[in-house]
Design a protein around this ligand. Structure first.
Ligand code: S3P
Length: 174
């Protein structure tokens, strides 16, 4: 990883793990830029993630994620990047993420995930009747992948945003 790359922080994790909330706060504290990949794609496309999935399909959305990462890998410094929950699953993306910065996995367990997402309607992958089963399947598939790509894993279930930020600070300096 280049010295420039090291100055960026990347937050990965399942939907509802707190990537955007933690990233926003951390960027303010450090005076860093903040990028949320979902928000950036929504702004550039001019519609919500749900609409993009509906109109273009998931595969096209995944291509948008990779295209965005490619651009970011050439440009960002001193930036905290919150990624969409599916972004670190593509091999191509993991290579780009490693190049961009230090990767922190905000790991949340099943209970936290179910509680936080039970009322959510903004995640197209969970818009189905048996949401719980879908979450179980996705968690099982994804946890090993998040762990494999992460430089650091932070257990984020019972910690405040402040505590998570402190943990990131400690690990970043390591
Ligand atoms: C997705 C997670 C979402 C968003 C899209 C797909 C996923 O982002 O990118 O709905 O595949 O896990 P958040 O993790 O920010 O909810």
């Amino acid at each position: 990883m280049s010295e420039e790359g090291k100055k960026n922080i990347i937050l990965i994790g399942f939907m509802g793990s707190g990537k955007t909330s933690v990233g926003t706060r951390l960027s303010k504290e450090w005076g860093y830029h903040f990028i949320d990949t979902d928000q950036m794609i929504e702004t550039e496309y001019g519609a919500s993630i749900s609409t993009i999935f509906e109109k273009e399909g998931e595969e096209k959305f995944r291509e948008m994620e990779t295209a965005l990462l490619k651009r970011l890998s050439d440009t960002v410094t001193k930036t905290i990047i919150a990624t969409g929950g599916g972004l670190p699953l593509r091999k191509e993306n993991t290579v780009l993420l490693k190049k961009i910065g230090k990767i922190f996995y905000l790991k949340t367990n099943r209970e936290t995930t179910l509680t936080r997402l039970s009322e959510d309607t903004t995640r197209p992958l969970l818009n189905q009747t048996d949401k719980e089963e879908r979450i179980d399947t996705l968690l099982e598939e994804r946890i090993p992948k998040y762990e494999a790509v992460a430089d650091e894993i932070i257990l984020a279930d019972h910690q405040s945003f402040y505590e998570i930020i402190q943990k990131i600070e400690q690990l970043y300096k390591k």
